[in-house]
Design a protein around this ligand. Sequence first.
Ligand code: NAD
Length: 305
Amino acid sequence: MIMSKILITDALHENAVDILKAAGDVEVATGLSVEELKEKIKDADVLVIRSGTKATKEIIDASENLKVIARAGVGVDNVDINAATEKGIIVLNAPDASSISVAELLFGMMLSAVRNIPQATASLKRGEWDRKSFKGLEVYGKTLGVVGLGRIGQQVAKRAQAFGMQVVAYDPYIPEDVANSLGIELLSVNDLCQTSDFITLHVPLTPKTKHMIAKEQLDLMKPNTIIMNCARGGLIDEEALYNALKVNQIRGAALDVFEQEPPKGNPLLELDNVIGTPHQGASTEEAQISAGTIVARQAIKILKG
Ligand code: NAD
């Protein structure tokens, strides 16, 4: 029997690798150049990736047997879906796997930003005992504006309500009665920016959502607003954000994602009122087991027909 060739090009949880090994001839090769990937993908039946590998048209066109591209995670913006569809290649993802992990990171970010936890930790480790510089605010009773009330947005909203926050949202695709049943008022994006003390983005990056938070929206925000992005870089116009934060027009920003990743030389990282993490929303043991094993099982099903 000819074994299917399964090529894994990003770090995948070992449980998922074991599932795939039982079904085919698995090669794990991370950190490949475009040329190396084009060579390796030639005879692969399945390509398994996370966010690192860019499955561009050039890569997809170099494949001769590829049947499945499995993205062990949510966003498929690193896969050229049109190029895959043209060749009859099925693209899989695991949309639910990391919702809770991202929502929990968002809460870590929100509390870290509003209580200056990263800045206070750095000060303490420098040997200082500065109890005055890091005065924060409570989140209780404040308004959280959720942009994108999908899987992650709803998990965030539920947690915010448990903290005693009011939740408003902008999502043109969510019916009003659904939002109301969650205790959430739907607003326009500009009204949300004007009303919220904290703003969190949970929409995909599309031509419509690119720079949806720009100077116009930043200018509407209150001076104490903290904006948080654990979705995709590019949703916020970073230059406009830098200009607003530099003059303390808003209180701060908490960013897990950037227009360019890694954000080498990004001036936002020089500002004291910016905290950040290196795209870690889905980086938990639970989310990675879940994402890896879900797509591994689906890929095997497809291979078996
Ligand atoms: P989802 O599809 O369940 O929800 C997205 C929501 O955005 C939907 O309700 C949709 O109606 C809404 N939406 C779409 N276009 C919109 C627009 N123009 N304006 C307002 N709302 C719009 O997705 P999800 O699982 O909640 O994930 C949200 C995003 O989080 C993903 O697209 C992904 O980019 C990001 N994400 C990031 C990480 C990370 O590591 N930081 C991990 C997982 C997901």
